[in-house]
Design a protein around this ligand. Structure first.
Ligand code: ADP
Ligand SMILES: N[C@@H](CCOP(=O)(O)O)C(=O)O
Length: 318
């Protein structure tokens, strides 16, 4: 959709000398980003992605970039940030924070089959395990605290039917999050937005997870629920597709076995994951940021998913 900050090859030519990448040989804006300005960057050392962060600050970026570096160093397929000669992963370009990360091969698989879901499930489990010794901490900034702030702002501007669902689900999620089962769930760094458009495939080979800018510390099961709610559904109805769910969960379980607490928490967590994106889409629709030029995602998609997860028993986790 947009490159918000234009950058020329000349601009990058001087700036890139602080990185161990040789000369920049080509730069091409990526049209599909909605949050940041992204460019494919060719250098003498290989192919990279240059990102200029339009909303995140220098103070906020270390958690995301260091998490990506940590995961890449632990064999998780994610873009590896490149440090400059001072060891910095984030350096100003045109006055904004910018970073260079390795380019993933392939493209997003927008019509996934069980084989793709299995690859995502296995890599997600590997990512959760690899995050256990990541030292930085940041909460999921779109977690329960944000829902508590956001729901009251939305209740007056949404329909009565939406307000009733939102009110009831917030009560349900408050009780779930305060319970003993929830407290025992394993937690750590999670991607928190692992939708189809944030994973690359080369045919059936997964080449990487990217777009970590909603990452934070939360329960691993929340991350699984977010991922299942996007990868394993019929997009029109929101209904789970049994074959894709089974493929994803079995592959995850083979790497990091689910627990009995997680089985007990599974249905509430599928609901929580649906609520999170329903809320953010409602918020973007009713409370757009100043100068927002983009078409917001449709909230009714996640309202449908939420109603469906409430009405239908969750599949077995394992
Ligand atoms: N590391 C990467 N390797 C390959 N392509 C990438 C990488 N990072 C981003 N892209 C491409 O750039 C596009 C926009 O990236 P994304 O992170 O979704 O931007 P935004 O956060 O602005 O929405 C992606 O759809 C993908 O095609
Ligand atoms: N996945 C979210 C929106 C986040 O956008 P992204 O392009 O950065 O993944 C949604 O679908 O609401």
């Amino acid at each position: 959709m947009a490159v918000f900050t234009p950058v020329s090859l000349d601009d990058v030519g001087q700036w890139i000398t602080q990185f161990p990448l040789g000369q920049a040989t080509a730069l091409k804006g990526i049209a599909s980003g909605i949050e940041n300005s992204n460019f494919f960057l060719s250098t003498e050392a290989g192919e990279y992605v240059l990102t200029i962060f339009e909303n995140l600050s220098f103070e906020q970026l270390p958690f995301y970039l260091q998490l990506m570096r940590h995961l890449a160093q632990h064999g998780v397929l994610v873009p590896a940030p490149v440090a400059n000669e001072q060891g910095e992963l984030c350096v100003a370009l045109h006055g904004k924070p910018a970073s260079i990360v390795s380019k993933l091969e392939g493209s997003s698989q927008m019509a996934p089959q069980p084989v793709h879901c299995a690859a995502v499930g296995a890599m997600l489990a590997k990512m959760h395990l690899a995050g256990r010794d990541f030292p930085l901490r940041q909460p999921n900034l779109r977690g329960l605290s944000w829902w508590r702030e956001t729901a009251p702002q939305l209740l007056p501007v949404i329909s009565a039917a939406e307000a009733s669902l939102l009110h009831d689900e917030m009560q349900f999620q408050e009780a779930f999050a305060a319970g003993a089962t929830y407290a025992r769930l394993q937690a750590g760094p999670v991607h928190a937005d692992l939708f189809r458009n944030n994973v690359m495939f080369d045919g059936e080979r997964l080449t990487g997870f990217f777009d970590f800018y909603f990452a934070g510390c939360d329960t691993w099961l929340f991350d699984v629920a977010v991922t299942v709610n996007d990868w394993c559904i019929d997009l029109d109805s929101g209904v789970l597709d049994a074959a894709r769910v089974r493929a994803m969960l079995d592959a995850y379980h083979a790497v990091r076995p689910f627990t009995t607490d997680e089985q007990a928490a599974w249905q509430p967590m599928l609901r929580a994951a649906a609520l999170r994106f329903w809320l953010s889409r409602l918020y973007d629709l009713h409370k757009p940021r100043e100068a927002e030029i983009l078409t917001p995602h449709d909230p009714t998609h996640f309202e449908r998913i939420l109603r469906e997860r409430i009405a239908t028993p969750a599949p077995q986790l394992y």
